[in-house]
Design a binder for this molecule. Sequence first.
Ligand code: MEV
Length: 320
Amino acid sequence: MKVCCRAPGKTIWFGEHFVVKGMPAIASSVDLYVRTRVEPNKNGKIRFWSKSLEKGFVYGEKEPDKELLPFKRILDLIREEHGELPGMKITIDSDIPISYGLGSSAASSISFAAAVLKYIGVEPSPEHVRRLSLEAEKIVHGRPSGIDTAISLRGGFIYYRGPEDIKPLNARWSNEYTLLVIGTGVTRSTGLVVKKVLERYERFPNIMGKIYEAASEITMTAKELMIEGDWIRIGELMNINHGLLVSIGVAIPETERIIHNSLRLGAIGAKISGAGMGGIVIVLVKKKDKEAVVDGITSFSNEIIEVEPGVAGLECRVEE
Ligand code: MEV
């Protein structure tokens, strides 16, 4: 028997960073995936291989490299819950660039946890997978809000205000528009960027508190506009949200050049998505203006991906 699970990446439309301190945020899945395949291993060992990292480990033998520790952590937890595990070959493959703000680590741990659970005969319930993935995320991020895990599991668009307040958002996405994900070419650790922002909060709690309140207002307004399908005003709110991200200190010249030029060339909204300090920028643009925007920003980025927002979340299939 073989098990294959795939989990999508994500983009945060509103509220990244602010969500870490309990403010609401809006995220959608995107059609970039991490896939985990589990199949039998006759020699009884658990062998893991990451195609994108070109690294692996044999569980229980020497300690894996740092980037692979989240996967070992999930195996440890599953073993604690369900006893000794059978031999298996686990392979993970990803379309999602790492350390970029597209939720690659959450999608990896979700597809991994779900595939291993299913292989050992435990139906992977969303709550179970979420819990395992969040433990793995803690190794990577230190203090994750849980939004990346929630959106990759559920898919679609979600409103998120902590793990107890997650609502699917019936966003009326329109084919008149498209969403571009643009890489800055700068990778960074989400955990470190989050720490830096929280330190600024500690230094100026009164000022930062007001910025966080404004961010919350933006998200609440955007939520209604998404249901109405008013993407022009959503674009404007993305621009305002980006201004707040600049003020909390997560913009760098690479993000600003892409955003400024996208807007100049006709995009409706453009902002950092995810932790910032590099990573990705998302650009909302009318399809008719897409070519002009893409042509004009190729000198600032050679990683421009057109994505479909709101695709299905975690999916698994079994091959006999
Ligand atoms: C990372 O995708 C989004 C942040 O808000 C961190 C988090 O929510 O855990 C920057």
